[in-house]
Design a protein around this ligand. Structure first.
Ligand code: SF4
Length: 346
């Protein structure tokens, strides 16, 4: 029996633009168990946010999913219930924005911590009212019961309850972020998708908030997809890690393995661009070049134009996904040769 809470299989999300398609996410596969955290990392524009939001089908109007994409959550394929075959584009499915079944999953079973919580709250309503509305959309509770729930949540995230009736502009950045976390936990979800939950906060607040998320997650056994460009956050928070480059998942495994036994040249470059988690100080290296145009991706390996290990085959043929040790996969023609040769993040 499948004991995964979430199984994402062959997920491809393409955006229709005037002159063609943007191949934002192609053939992404991963699984997540209850209580587990997976860090989804990569540079801006690599498809990590599209992948995370595809799970709840919160995507732009011009997003289409390839028909063989699967997002199985607690035994139900959400793609089957929340999308329908596109009449216009063969082989694609379109999101049914107002699908009531799918809406019952959002917030209640799968919640989100949006990027930039600073702007996620509506400025004309109090924070308490906005959390209340999210709760009442899914549960029939009296005003008193809702108030008690919000007080409990504020207590969990460390916001004094006399701030419930304040407007967002009366909160500091860190408080807004914690209020967003409170909102994401309001309906006791099984899975949280956290998109850069601490970006734009100072490091002390960041540390405090990450600690709080971990504590709540452990207490409630909530799984999390942590979308971030910051690999040090993943090292601190996640058991699993998936590295994305130009719409492809290029390496996945346990976070420990990926840091210690890096098996993909892009992961090596990404880890070199961040300070070492432990040990000596190293010179940080930016990754030369820029990611490809996803409206016209290169024919072979999408990382080839920037890869120091590229050979002729890399420019011609898309690399296969190679399992170099149980559960540790790398999408590289030379994954086996490079395994053990690349420098990791520890
Ligand atoms: Fe580099 Fe080739 Fe591997 Fe791509 S397939 S990451 S270009 S070595």
């Amino acid at each position: 029996m499948d004991d995964n809470l979430l199984t994402v299989k062959n997920l491809s999300v393409h955006y229709k633009i005037r002159n063609g398609w943007v191949y934002a996410v192609d053939d992404v596969n991963f699984t997540l168990k209850r209580g587990e955290t997976m860090g989804l990392v990569g540079e801006s524009g690599c498809g990590k946010t599209t992948t995370g939001y595809a799970v709840t089908q919160l995507l732009a109007d011009n997003a289409y999913l390839k028909s063989n994409s699967k997002v199985v959550f607690d035994g139900t394929d959400l793609i089957k219930i929340g999308t329908y075959p596109s009449k216009q584009y063969k082989g694609y499915r379109k999101i049914d924005e107002y699908n009531p079944k799918m809406r019952s999953y959002r917030w209640k079973r799968i919640s989100m911590i949006f990027q930039g919580a600073m702007n996620a709250f509506n400025p004309v309503y109090t924070v308490g009212d906005q959390i209340k509305e999210a709760i009442l959309q899914h549960e029939e509770l009296t005003d008193e019961e809702v108030r008690k729930r919000i007080e409990m949540l504020f207590d969990l995230v460390g916001i004094p309850k006399d701030r419930i009736d304040n407007y967002p502009h009366e909160y500091s950045g860190g408080m807004k972020q914690r209020a967003m976390i409170a909102m994401s936990l309001a309906l006791s979800p099984d899975l949280i998708i956290a998109d850069e939950p601490t970006t734009a906060l100072d490091v002390v607040t960041q540390d405090r908030i990450l600690g709080k998320i971990s504590e709540l997650q452990r207490r409630e056994n909530v799984a999390m997809i942590l979308i971030t460009h910051d690999v040090s956050v993943v090292a601190e928070m996640a058991e699993k890690m998936a590295v994305m480059y130009a719409g492809h998942l290029v390496e996945k495994g346990t976070a420990r393995e990926i840091f210690k036994e890096t098996a993909h040249p892009y992961t090596e470059a990404l880890l070199k661009a961040f300070p070492s988690i432990k040990g000596e100080k190293k010179r940080l290296r930016s990754i030369p070049g820029s990611p490809p145009d996803l409206a016209n991706p290169p024919k072979g390996c999408r990382f080839a134009p920037r890869c120091p290990y590229a050979k002729d085959i890399c420019l011609e043929k898309e690399p296969p996904v190679v399992e170099i040790s149980p559960g540790h996969l790398s999408k590289c023609h030379f994954a086996e040769e490079l395994y053990g040769e690349l420098s990791g993040g520890e």
